[in-house]
Design a protein around this ligand. Structure first.
Ligand SMILES: *[C@@H]1O[C@H](CO)[C@@H](O)[C@H](O)[C@H]1NC(C)=O
Length: 143
């Protein structure tokens, strides 16, 4: 699949770029989301699939999901816990990460009871040890 090709390309790239001077200016992890938009009917739940490679320790790890267009905070996860007080009202009680999967690098977002206003791009930003990496996933809502 395209996803595995990207992973393979990333691994090859990592292997051939082992030069300390170059490495020091690069991030030590990547965030990858599925290329294909997720399509759901209104009222359904949607999962926006992304993962971090390699997986990272939970301590000091921040995973942030926002609406790419508006910047609204969709979900924030910090140091092993959700931070629902930071999230925009529109998303209250409607989001989940797969918390038991985060140690494996799975930072996918589950958005419940989707409506047509929720269509668009979502941006996942992973921050660890002062490095931030982001990737977008797209949600389409059938009308
Ligand atoms: C993340 O975990 C959920 C629940 O097990 C699974 O449905 C989903 O496919 C996983 N996504 C990735 C990117 O690993």
């Amino acid at each position: 699949t395209v996803y595995l090709n990207h992973l393979f390309a990333f691994l090859v790239f990592s292997l051939i770029s082992v030069q300390p001077t170059i490495l020091s200016s690069k991030t030590s992890f990547s965030v990858n989301c599925y290329d294909q938009p997720v399509r759901v009917d209104p009222g359904q739940d949607a999962v926006l699939n992304c993962n971090v490679i390699p997986s990272l320790p939970l301590e000091g790890l921040e995973v942030e999901w926002i609406e790419a267009a508006s910047g609204k905070m969709v979900h924030l996860y910090l140091d092993g816990e959700d931070a629902p007080e930071s999230q925009h009202y529109d998303y209250r009680d409607r989001t989940e990460l797969f918390n038991d999967q985060i140690p494996n690098g799975n930072v996918s977002l589950k958005l419940k009871n989707v409506n047509s206003n929720n269509a668009g791009r979502y941006r996942c930003t992973v921050t660890f040890e002062s490095q931030s990496v982001q990737a977008d996933a797209e949600l389409k809502v059938n009308g």
